[in-house]
Design a protein around this ligand. Structure first.
Ligand code: SF4
Length: 336
């Protein structure tokens, strides 16, 4: 998406050119313990050296099969998980190693919307208290101000005022996700990381929640990292899209460029699996053989080479680097 379009979409100007988030060579490895003394015998390379940036007001979609490391990447960026290596720059500040009150302070500006709206709400708390909690923890507000803010948030996410006095189990999945969104918005964050926010919902309510997120993005001047496995959902939401495979970023491009001309063989296979809106239009589907290899012992060279229909000799020896092959279109593949 061009800067002009991005500015029009969000209704503001020069600040849109700045990066809100910059991720440099990020790695998140989990130790694997083994043997009688439970020594570290290896590592799960959940995120293995990814770099990207998100501009203010933009939505970057992160896609890939389950287990590709996209959720771990999101949680590492939020600093819910400690990064093993690399750098996370948020709004110009290096937050890679901050802790204590500095981390607490930065959390106000970065919030998460979780996949499972059933599990993410405390069943013992009234909805009003769930949404009020972050405001209460971070800001000094009178009881009346707090209640007014919560009522305002309920209205913004399309819930009636009496939702304040109810409990999570009294709502449908879509309504619970609206409560989760209201809670995420309570501190007026700059960045929202939405991790599969609609995948637990009925198809009939998915688009309502997605459209709500889009409307709130404009109203609250939000930047999104939108994580999902469903490429149609990601297409609907994103300005740019990054494709992950086995902890690696294999392609990243503007949405239109990625869908019109995917370059990486893995992206081509994912896109070929999206059903065509016109059933008369025949699409050639690329079926991938084999399973995703283990991130404990990833393949040498290109991580995709055991499943790649285009693999060459070089692919099992040298790992391709993510590099720009067209304006705003980067790919990690020896074919380019
Ligand atoms: Fe396929 Fe080789 Fe490209 Fe990897 S580097 S995606 S194995 S062609």
């Amino acid at each position: 998406m061009s800067t002009t379009t991005l500015n029009k979409k969000n209704g503001n100007h020069s600040s849109q050119l700045e990066n809100l988030l910059e991720i440099k060579n990020l790695k998140t490895y989990y130790p694997v313990k083994g043997g009688f003394f439970k020594h570290t015998v290896g590592h799960v390379k959940a995120v293995d050296n990814i770099s990207f940036e998100i501009k203010k007001g933009e939505t970057l979609g992160l896609v890939g099969e389950s287990g590709c490391g996209k959720s771990t990447a999101g949680r590492t960026i939020l600093r819910l998980i400690k990064p093993t290596e690399g750098q996370i720059l948020f709004d110009g500040k290096d937050i890679t190693n901050i802790s204590g009150k500095h981390l607490r302070e930065i959390r106000k500006d970065m919030q998460m919307v979780f996949q499972d709206p059933y599990a993410s709400l405390n069943p013992m708390q009234m909805v009003g208290d769930i949404i009020a909690e972050p405001i209460y923890n971070f800001m000094k507000k009178s009881k009346e101000e707090l209640k007014r803010e919560v009522m305002d948030l309920l209205e913004k996410v399309g819930l009636p005022p009496d939702a304040y006095y109810k409990y999570g189990h009294e709502f449908s999945g879509g309504q619970r996700q609206r409560i989760g969104i209201a809670r995420a918005l309570a501190l007026r964050p700059k960045l929202i990381i939405a991790d599969e926010p609609v995948s637990a919902l009925d198809v009939s309510v998915q688009s309502q929640v997605l459209n709500l997120l889009k409307d709130l993005q404009k109203e609250f001047d939000l930047t999104f990292l939108f994580i999902a496995h469903d490429l149609s959902v990601v297409k609907h939401m994103s300005d740019r899209i990054g494709v992950m495979y086995l902890g690696n970023m294999v392609e990243i491009a503007d949405k239109d460029s990625l869908y019109a001309e995917p370059l990486h063989p893995y992206t081509k296979a994912l896109i070929s699996a999206i059903p065509s809106p016109d059933p008369r239009q025949k699409k050639e589907r690329i079926i991938l053989t084999g399973d995703v290899p283990s991130p404990i012992n990833p393949p040498s060279g290109c991580p995709f080479h055991p499943r790649c229909p285009m693999a060459m000799e070089e692919c099992s020896k040298t790992k391709p680097v993510l590099r720009e092959v067209k304006p705003s279109h980067r790919v990690a593949c020896h074919l380019y």
